[in-house]
Design a binder for this molecule. Structure first.
Ligand code: GCB
Length: 641
């Protein structure tokens, strides 16, 4: 889209400013950028120049064409780490709460070694929140609609060698009724109470709308004829592992001219199976199957799929980690490798102090160590796709993932419009494309707590779920239901399309606050009613209570650590009972305290974590650990078949 059009469109008010009808075109492939013998990556993470466009219409950047020259030439800039959220980096409250366009730029020198006709160079953003436009050397090259998934474009012909090149990115965090998550801009027009032009962003989700370039920005090379995509579907037959693969080749090539060699390597690098051709099945006798974490061993065995192609004088090579496992469901079970699997884990968020949602490897490593310490074997990516680095660790450590898209807060009628639906389908395409080969992902969640009682929800979720199943016929699909209400009064148009019923409820917290004595009764009744209604396996995807670390009260009261412990323990008793029937998982809300918008029922964020935001355990973490260890110890003796 030309700059002229951008400027005209950008002259409208903020809520119209986004969504220029172009959005994200679903591209093929987009394999994670990896260094191989034929590919090179250059990480552009670091300190970028940054400015928020605080002009009244948030449009100065487009009107004055800030992308045409280095950002510092059009005004003041500050240092901004990439990746990070910009919100918590400075002492400026107006930047923390900023709504609108922020601008980033940085310079780089492409290596001379890339300057040959045999290579293509791709620029990739691992994610930026929410809407992003990117320029290279002043020329607009791509835009992307959505906050948690990668986008990229080939820049081979845009790079200039022997001098510095400049990437400029404008990122807008505005949420509208058609974004995922949705939100609204509220204009406060009463000039007795608010200054002229005053507006606020209203959120429909319970977490802070962190924004900025959240994940790495990378350049990577591929040969001109390249491996564009790999799809792997594994299967098992007795002790034999089967790996069905399908390779897409990109570039100027006739498929028949491509020679393809595919090898499956074990952990020692030994080839255990090989084939030629773009599509086939590899077979490994006495295979090591991928199995979730059980405390005692390193069960999450990963093979490496080594794909080599050549065509004419060009060749490419890519290595993909592969786990051999299957996922199936019955009406009372989730089966991994045909064995019953019980999820005992957590729902999470990605945020932490200072960086907001910026990828932070020490934090990721710490969180996985805490998950293992807890004895957890799964998490849900509530309520948006997590960074590749997190998903890689889940694959490696055997932590099972319910992979959730950012469909949280779909609660207003407008959020069910065709425009929203179209975007939701695209987001699922992007998510499945990114995570389809991950053994840790056992289920897709297309939403969290939507207003599925609306008649419109039926068509909407039927479409999103069936689209997701078409994209990936191998995994169950669900959405997470706000299931704490009286079941007789629930109007639900959509859970019938789910393979597994995922329920959130907060007995003893949002209802009957302070009354832990009613939890067992209400929880068991609710879960049994749902099983009767849907005859499908059930996961309790959220339950819990808030506590401020360090507050102890005896007798306990809401917000003390003691009360949180009691709420959890009452739930455990029913989970232990129903695990022998149809309950296939329990996930406490939440792994750690997390930031939310300000509000009178949030004490500097949501305090339902069993860890603090600094990752120190509350009392609840110890009793959750005890509970999970007892499940692990009893599972070996306990058969649900
Ligand atoms: C929920 C939501 C989650 C909230 C949580 C709470 O049901 O799914 O996003 O943070 O409740 O603590 O209220």
């Amino acid at each position: 889209m030309g700059t002229q059009k951008v400027m005209v469109l950008h002259a409208f008010v903020l809520s119209v400013l986004l969504f220029r009808g172009c959005g994200c075109a679903i591209q093929d492939g987009m394999l994670y950028p990896r260094d191989t013998e034929t590919r090179e990556t250059k990480d552009l993470s670091g300190v970028w120049n940054f400015r928020a466009d605080k002009s009244r219409n948030r449009n100065a950047g487009f009107e004055e064409q800030w992308f045409k020259q280095s950002l510092f030439r059009s005004g003041g800039v500050i240092d901004m780490p990439v990746p990070s959220s910009y919100n918590d980096i400075t002492q400026d409250k107006s930047l923390r709460d900023f709504v609108g366009w922020v601008w980033y730029d940085r310079e780089f020198y492409p290596p001379y070694s890339w300057q040959n006709l045999k290579q293509r160079v791709v620029l990739r953003f691992q994610s930026a929140h929410y809407y992003t436009i990117v320029w290279l050397n002043g020329e607009e090259i791509m835009e992307h609609d959505g906050g948690h998934l990668p986008f990229e474009i080939e820049v081979t012909d845009n790079l200039v060698y022997g001098q510095s090149n400049r990437i400029t990115a404008a990122v807008n965090n505005t949420l509208t009724p058609h974004t995922l998550p949705p939100g609204t801009i509220e204009y406060k027009t009463n000039t007795d109470k608010y200054p002229a032009g005053y507006f606020v962003q209203d959120l429909q989700m319970d977490f802070f709308n962190y924004a900025g370039i959240h994940r790495a920005v990378k350049l990577y090379t591929t040969p001109r004829v390249y491996i564009d995509d790999i799809t792997v579907i594994s299967d098992i037959s007795a002790s034999t592992g089967l790996v069905n693969y399908n390779i897409k080749v990109g570039g100027d090539v006739d498929g028949n001219d491509v020679i393809c060699q595919v090898d499956l390597l074990d952990k020692d690098g030994k080839t255990v199976s090989s084939k030629k051709g773009l599509q086939d099945q590899l077979s490994v006798s006495k295979a090591h199957f991928w199995w979730p974490y059980t405390m005692s061993n390193d069960s999450a065995y990963l093979y490496t799929l080594k794909v080599s192609i050549s065509s004419g004088g060009s060749s490419d090579l890519y290595r993909l980690p592969v786990g051999i496992r299957t996922v199936k469901t019955t009406n009372t079970q989730i089966l991994i490798n045909d064995k019953p699997f019980y999820c005992h884990g957590v729902a999470k968020h990605e945020d932490s102090d200072f960086r907001g949602k910026g990828v932070d490897l020490p934090l990721i490593a710490k969180d996985f160590n805490l998950l293992k310490w807890l004895g957890a074997n799964c998490f849900r990516t509530s309520h948006y796709p997590y960074a590749d680095e997190i998903m890689d660790m889940a694959d490696r450590h055997g932590i099972v993932v319910i992979d959730e898209c950012p469909g949280v807060g779909i609660t207003h009628l407008e959020n069910f419009s065709n425009k929203s639906l179209t975007h939701h389908l695209e987001v699922m395409e992007e998510l499945v494309r990114r995570d389809k080969n991950r053994p840790s992902v056992i289920m897709w969640s297309v939403a969290n707590e939507p207003a599925s009682e609306f008649p419109q929800a039926r068509h909407y979720f039927k479409s999103v779920i069936s689209h997701t199943k078409q994209l990936d016929p191998t995994r169950p699909v669900t959405f997470v239901f706000n299931g704490g209400m009286d079941i007789e009064r629930i109007f639900d148009e959509a859970t019938e399309f789910c393979d597994v019923i995922c329920l959130n409820s907060y007995y003893g917290w949002y209802s009957d606050t302070g009354h832990t004595e009613v939890i067992q009764l209400q929880l068991e009744y609710n879960l049994r009613q749902w099983f009767k209604k849907r005859n499908k396996p059930i996961i309790q995807t959220e339950y819990g209570a808030g506590s401020i670390a360090g507050i102890h009260l005896n007798p306990d009261m809401a917000f003390s650590e003691d009360y949180q412990v009691e709420v959890l323990q009452e739930h455990f008793k029913i989970f232990d009972k129903l695990r022998k029937e149809f309950l296939v998982g329990e996930m406490v809300w939440n792994f750690a305290d997390f930031m939310t918008a300000q509000g009178t029922n949030r004490v500097v964020g949501n305090r339902k974590g069993v860890f603090t935001r600094q990752r120190q355990p509350k009392m609840a973490a110890y009793i959750l650990r005890e509970h999970y260890l007892s499940i692990i110890n009893s599972t070996s003796q306990h058969s649900r078949q």
